[in-house]
Design a protein around this ligand. Structure first.
Ligand SMILES: [Zn+2]
Ligand SMILES: [Zn+2]
Length: 142
């Protein structure tokens, strides 16, 4: 996909641009992402923080314990509740963008499923991707 990409929350109060290529898409089935999304989990693109710029509004922040035991900040629109991205307390240089908030869906494909051990029975795991029962120790080589 060509950059910059644009996206935002449901109500339009928060808008952003992504200025780096998206090379990886992970579906996360952890129980925290299920609660935060109200669905089977989240689909995320890991990006350097510098590649994500907010052009309108400021997301609200929720600090929660991830299934990995680490503190994870979840950023969302305080007006409409759309989840936008998350960030580890210990890794401010990276963000994971909720890819469903991009305006243009593009031609991206999932590269991995993580936390498959807690995937809901009705959720689909793409057999053509890498799968990790929990948090992979490092980002998977694509
Ligand atoms: Zn909103
Ligand atoms: Zn998760």
């Amino acid at each position: 996909m060509t950059t910059p990409l644009t996206g935002g929350c449901l109500c339009g109060a928060i808008r952003y641009t992504v200025n780096v290529p998206i090379t990886e898409l992970r579906a996360c089935h952890c129980t925290a992402c299920q609660k935060a999304s109200g669905a089977g989990g989240s689909v995320n693109a890991p990006l350097p923080s510098a590649g994500l710029k907010f052009t309108k509004g400021t997301p609200k922040r929720y600090a929660g314990k991830a299934d990995s035991g680490r503190t994870l900040y979840r950023f969302f629109c305080g007006d409409c509740g759309s989840p936008l991205y998350s960030q580890r307390e210990t890794a401010p240089e990276m963000v994971t963008l909720r890819i469903g908030t991009l305006d243009d869906p593009g031609e991206m494909k999932l590269t991995a499923h993580i936390w498959t051990k807690s995937a809901r029975s009705w959720d689909r795991i793409d057999p053509g991707t890498k799968q990790f029962p929990q948090q992979p120790d490092s980002p998977p080589a694509r």
